[in-house]
Design a protein around this ligand. Sequence first.
Ligand SMILES: Cc1cc2nc3c(=O)[nH]c(=O)nc-3n(C[C@H](O)[C@H](O)[C@H](O)COP(=O)(O)OP(=O)(O)OC[C@H]3O[C@@H](n4cnc5c(N)ncnc54)[C@H](O)[C@@H]3O)c2cc1C
Length: 390
Amino acid sequence: MLRTKVAIIGAGPAGLLVGQLLHTYGVDNVILERHTGEYVLSRIRAGLLEEGTVALLDEVGAGSRAHREGLIHEGIELAFGGSRHRIDLKGATGKTVMIYGQTELTLDLMNARRDAGLVSIYEAADVTPLDFDTDQPRVIYVKDGTTHEIACDFIAGCDGFHGISRASVKPSAIETFERVYPFGWLGILSDTPPVSHELIYSNHARGFALCTMRSTRRSRYYVQCPLDDHIDQWPDDRFWDELKRRLDKEAAGKLVTGPSIEKSIAPLRSFVAEPMRFGRMFLAGDAAHIVPPTGAKGLNLAASDAHYLAQALREYYDEKSSAGIDHYSEKALSRVWKAVRFSWWMTSMLHKFPDTGTFGARIQLAELDYVTHSKAAMTSLAENYVGLPY
Ligand SMILES: Cc1cc2nc3c(=O)[nH]c(=O)nc-3n(C[C@H](O)[C@H](O)[C@H](O)COP(=O)(O)OP(=O)(O)OC[C@H]3O[C@@H](n4cnc5c(N)ncnc54)[C@H](O)[C@@H]3O)c2cc1C
């Protein structure tokens, strides 16, 4: 039987960051991950980091490549009614955001973990958190056909939306809040230069579109699509045609197209589970909440949860105080709900819903016009977009 202070389930951004922060604070931990490291690194997901997330990477000594290769953005553009309007994030808040792929951040954290000689068990099957309502929690898992057990002080459930941690909590102890959106995002990755230096969020009668990127040579584009569409229905030519139709003339004219190197459809959902602590098990990241990607908040919330949780556990071990762990859920949820609200609001303003109709479309345009012309409204959008303080 292995013994550690904190058993972490999941080697996504939340689990890796909790692990690395705890290591920095002298708290030993073990990570259990269901998949291989290569598989985790192959999932194309988020790509926009708040300054707070970058600061956490720096804190654990894993931020140097992000500073070298990440692209700093000082604004975003909202496109509607045939033209584009810039939100000056830096002017409104003094802060910027960084374009740096989730896969790169994950790789940097995995490398830091390997260099520190910390234990990560990949391809751990049937991971099960047990006895977390007692003082002696355990996690069991199967590796190469043999069942193993880890005894620990705490369990960090960082295993994403479909993980086992939240599912192990008895239903009467948890309350969930959910909104499922009636459309998905069809995304492609292509080795083509981005159409614009900054992100373009487009509200269009045909549906939402987003132009983003991973580097100066790699673009990521999305179009809103029906939930039941399949990627086979979207050959590259159809995707590029549809994207062009949803952009203003100048952007459509400048768009460089090319073969897709990844294509996927993601459903959109807002979801929060309360609380985020169950005895000696804590949830962090997508295990506790999901936001639609419109506000670029999912990965950044995983990072802020990791910060709150690691701080709480540091206090527990260093200062012999339970105050941090007792307030973890309340503290994390306060920031989570604000990001859930912001992501829902951005989604509502920018997408075409089945019941949007002509009245709804006019309201969206009025809101976009207001947001891009009122200093107060622009600042509100900007301060949420760059990330609320921890
Ligand atoms: C298409 C797409 C685009 C996105 N775009 C953005 C964006 O632009 N900006 C943004 O901020 N966010 C975005 N997100 C959200 C972001 O990717 C997630 O919020 C982020 O990955 C959350 O990190 P996590 O560590 O909590 O969960 P995950 O990344 O899901 O990691 C959980 C890990 O736990 C492992 N696991 C699951 N079950 C078990 C088990 N039973 N045992 C052991 N291990 C297990 C999984 O294999 C996984 O490696 C996007 C998501 C998607 C799908």
